[in-house]
Design a protein around this ligand. Sequence first.
Ligand code: HEM
Ligand code: HEM
Length: 179
Amino acid sequence: MFTNTEESFGIIARLFHWLVFLMVVGMLIVGSLLDSLPDGAVKSLFIGLHKSTGVVLLLLVLLRLCWRLINPKPRDLGASPFENKLGHLMHIFLYLLLIVQPITGIIMSQLAGYPVKVYGMFTVPAFFGPNPQLSKVFSETHSVVATVLAISIVIHAAAALKHHYLDRDRTLMRMIVGK
Ligand code: HEM
Ligand code: HEM
């Protein structure tokens, strides 16, 4: 029930997947809105929420990866070894983006001279001093990686829907109800 088997995703892997999904979609939406908000208390509040949730997301993804490493996923249901390989590469790429994106956010903020506080409870140690020029480079990177992440998620979700509606296999249902 909690752990994956050869045929099914356990509840922990599924909770990790859909919680990260909700958080990432929220982060992409709020992140994209930040630019259009006028400077003021509301913008500061949303930047604070975006930064705090981004740090929590990074920790959650690292935890999820640990769980993934000690608890292998069920067998592949793809139509060919090539399709399965492609799926694996996309999953690795998604994990990579989910780690790189919050890290670029943390570095960008610290280089801009702002501390990264997590819901006012603790502050991420400052690894970098202020450097506005370099901060701009990381701000660009944060924006590009967000776009690549959004495109990858659309491709990944389309692949899941192809499995469900065209191949009519259990790939999507396994991630929703387990089997
Ligand atoms: C997976 C996690 C994250 C996602 C998906 C994400 C997504 C985004 C997006 C889409 C934008 C708008 C970019 C643009 O205007 O082109 C943005 C802006 C921003 N993000 Fe994130 N972000 C994440 C994590 C973080 C973290 C951890 C921090 C800092 C601790 C952070 C700090 C910021 C700031 C300060 C901005 C607005 C200022 C700027 O881009 O120069 N983000 N984010
Ligand atoms: C923020 C959005 C998403 C991210 C970051 C994401 C990420 C991932 C990752 C990393 C895996 C690999 C799990 C592992 O083996 O460790 C995975 C599996 C899966 N995802 Fe997503 N996902 C997202 C959204 C979606 C959506 C919207 C759907 C459905 C429409 C979906 C359906 C699936 C399915 C069915 C699997 C299992 C694939 C298999 O059994 O090989 N995901 N996802």
